[in-house]
Design a protein around this ligand. Structure first.
Ligand SMILES: [Zn+2]
Length: 292
């Protein structure tokens, strides 16, 4: 696989244009190419757009880069504008919550569902500005590791409630980012386990983990508060043992793009492993910090 990232900040406090461009550059109309790009993943995040190519083939990679850097035309922009209108009809709890978090922290005007006035020139200018060879990070070629002694010092920046969600906001730093990924995983496993086997529940509401430049968010439903604050030691031990044996570090690699974009280096697999080994200590530290 190739992990390709491009820094694509909001335009006018909104990600409509970056999102529209992500759609345009991955518009594959020819029947032949439809299957070639069938498993391509593309998504537009808060400050970057990423593409995951399901291949190790260099030619495929080069063709794809050429494709996303090529100028986009008005017909394509108009077509994908309508596709996004359709996409936005679907309600997604996670997107809705993240929008609310952004509104609270950053901007009053952030709103995915507003009707954006289509501007061909603004869209084309944005594409020209950010979709350049120099701006593309290909994780496999550009990855740099930074080794140091891992210690946490979570800095809880803010805590607030949105409906039934309690949102913890931490200052962004690379170590805490990776530790919080594991803590969020641990909490999710514990909630699933408890709800399914002790509370006769099938669907459960998991934590939502998100980050944007200076902040990391971890949101937990109020109803699960007592659960996640009291994860027993043996469960954590089992979680650690299982993850050390089975964790596909490629999965964690998925998060390397954030480090690479923000810091231009990321954690080595050894350091990621060390985080899992010491998770119990980090979890207790986390519980201490998030007094609510
Ligand atoms: Zn979309």
């Amino acid at each position: 696989m190739y992990y390709i990232y491009i820094y694509t900040p909001f335009y006018n406090n909104w990600n409509y244009i970056p999102h529209l461009i992500e759609h345009c550059v991955t518009n594959i109309k020819s029947e032949k190419d439809y299957f070639l790009y069938n498993n391509l993943k593309a998504s537009c995040n808060t400050f970057c757009t990423y593409f995951i190519l399901p291949t190790k083939n260099k030619k495929y990679l080069n063709d794809f880069i050429k494709k996303i850097l090529s100028p986009i035309n008005n017909n394509l922009i108009k077509y994908e504008h309508n596709v996004i209108k359709d996409e936005n009809k679907t309600y997604n709890f996670e997107i809705d919550l993240v929008n609310k978090i952004w509104k609270k922290l950053y901007w009053n005007r952030v709103n995915f569902n507003q009707n954006w006035k289509l501007s061909y020139n603004k869209t084309k200018d944005y594409h020209k500005k950010y979709y350049t060879k120099e701006n593309i990070i290909i994780l496999e070629n550009n990855i740099k590791y930074f080794d140091w002694e891992i210690k946490t010092n979570f800095k809880l920046f803010n805590t607030f409630k949105i409906n039934k969600e309690i949102v913890y906001v931490f200052n962004h730093n690379m170590i805490d980012f990776y530790i919080l990924i594991q803590i969020s995983d641990l909490i999710n496993e514990y909630i699933s386990y408890k709800k399914r086997y002790f509370e006769e529940e099938y669907y459960r509401h998991e934590t939502i983990f998100w980050d944007y430049k200076d902040y990391i968010f971890l949101s937990i439903n109020k109803d699960s508060l007592n659960l996640y604050k009291n994860i027993n030691e043996s469960f954590i031990d089992n979680f650690i043992t299982y993850n050390l044996k089975n964790k596909d570090y490629l999965n964690v690699k998925y998060f390397d793009w954030t480090s690479m974009l923000l810091y231009w280096y990321t954690l080595s697999n050894n350091d990621k492993k060390r985080i899992i080994v010491n998770l119990k200590e980090y979890y207790l530290n986390f519980i201490n910090v998030i007094k609510f």
